[in-house]
Design a protein around this ligand. Sequence first.
Ligand code: CA
Length: 229
Amino acid sequence: MTPRHRVLIVEDEQDIAGLIKHALERGGDAEAEIVGSGDAALRVATERTPDLIILDLNLPVLGGIDVCRILRSRDEVRRVPIIMLTARTSEDDRVAGFEHGADDYVTKPFSLRELLARVRAMLRRRAGGEPLSLTYRGAHLLADFDAVSVLVDGSQIRLTRREFDLLRFLVLNKNRVVSRDRLLERVWGYERVVETRSVDVHVGRLRSKLGSAGRQIETVVGLGYRFVD
Ligand code: CA
């Protein structure tokens, strides 16, 4: 039996928090605790270190960014993955979240399926010893996955969420062939309604956006894709 993961949900809106808790616990592999304020989050997280924290950006009194920053300054919780929930979509807020130590974010209104997929991916990444921090520097490509910044020949490239995750996973497995099924599992999560052909479409778009760095993503006929260094 796999051990149950402990997830701390920090959200003052009770309906949302309750929905997330229910969804997380339904699979039986996680138990979730809800706290409604940043103060409570700091106390609970320090007392009993969770495996993952879902942190709302908009909290009364002590906001999510501050909670994130304080959590990251404490030894006990420094390495706990944090997924931030944000109602805002501006790049600034997203970048601020990452700068203060969030590992991932989901924009409200979010789909529970997407959030769950991100939670699972994060827990798996952590269990597999994958580095949470990742950058790549090549001849044309400079990608800082923590800062959500992808530059090709010095110019910022705008990638969709999926393209960004796809690039991250390919870079993480650089010089190794990654099958379409593996990409579906790791990048799309358990949203298996997606067809493998859709992987090809996304890779194609990613390649063309990457311009001169696009040729680093090779198609390995019959097997999948490989990011070559
Ligand atoms: Ca809130």
